[in-house]
Design a protein around this ligand. Structure first.
Ligand SMILES: [Zn+2]
Ligand SMILES: [Zn+2]
Length: 266
């Protein structure tokens, strides 16, 4: 299997701990063939001058390429939060850096309501999940991303707080998002960070991955969303097995934001 991990965070993310070197060495140990480091840039924070050291991320990737370049392909990406809230800032960021790959994610709802900090209860769970889906649709249908990050992201916090929503009740909203992605020639990711934790599933779950394929979706990446060394490459093989079951023969890789298709089974 051609294993890739296209979602990892270094210490250049506000919530990351590890150097790019440590991520790369772990990925090599786990037999990952391509690794993309995708540090967080929450677009609303980009208003703060020097909020992130873009050059540092890039320099560390170059150093790691010199050390591990013969064992693994290393790509330079970013995970941009709420891109559609700040389209001009996103454009500036992408023009300023030579990104290979951009994940467009929804972490915060309007008024900087961070889903991580929400306490989900019987009253707010459904309305907030609906608001998340409508913002994700706005992002999916307008922003300049390569893949949409961790679709169904609030589920991990909803479950943490002892609540639940059945995504079958939102099949139309999810179809609308997937269709916007496909029509615009973009893709989705399978995020494995929930597999080993409380959620016990990928984001999005298998049914959504399968539906994306049925609707004609082809561009798809997998990523561990590792913030610690131990999680680099975790769950990737399982997720790629899910892709095969859903009817995918190819995984997508990116260079300078151009997709290529690589056969999953070698
Ligand atoms: Zn994210
Ligand atoms: Zn992430």
């Amino acid at each position: 299997m051609y294993l890739i991990d296209y979602h990892t965070h270094s210490h250049n993310s506000f919530d990351g701990y590890i150097t790019v070197d440590k991520i790369a060495s772990r990925a090599v140990e786990r037999g990952i063939r391509e690794l993309c480091v995708t540090d967080h840039y929450e677009c609303s924070d980009l208003r703060t001058p020097m909020a992130y050291d873009f050059e540092k991320s890039e320099a560390e990737i170059h150093e790691a390429r010199e050390r591990y370049g013969d064992k693994i392909k290393l790509l330079y990406g970013a995970e941009l939060g709420q891109m559609h809230f700040e389209p001009e800032l996103c454009k500036l960021l992408c023009a300023r850096t030579k990104l290979d790959f951009v994940i467009g994610s929804m972490h915060n709802l309007k008024n900087d309501l961070d889903l991580y900090f929400v306490e989900f209860n019987e009253e707010n769970t459904k309305p907030l999940f609906e608001e998340y889906l409508s913002e994700l649709y706005a992002l999916a249908s307008t922003a300049d991303y390569d893949v949409l990050g961790h679709i169904t992201y609030p589920l991990r916090y909803i479950k943490r707080d002892g609540q639940w929503v059945d995504i079958k009740d939102y099949a139309d909203n999810i179809d609308e998002i997937l269709k916007a992605v496909i029509e615009r020639g973009r893709g989705i990711e399978v995020n494995t960070s929930g597999l080993s934790g409380q959620l016990g599933d990928t984001m999005p779950p298998y049914d959504v991955i399968k539906r994306y394929r049925e609707l004609g979706g082809e561009i798809i990446t997998v990523g561990s969303d590792a913030h610690k060394r131990v999680h680099v490459g975790a769950g990737i093989e399982e997720a790629m097995g899910m892709l095969i079951r859903a009817g995918f023969q190819y995984i997508t890789t990116f260079e300078q934001r151009k997709p290529s298709f690589v056969k999953i089974e070698e």
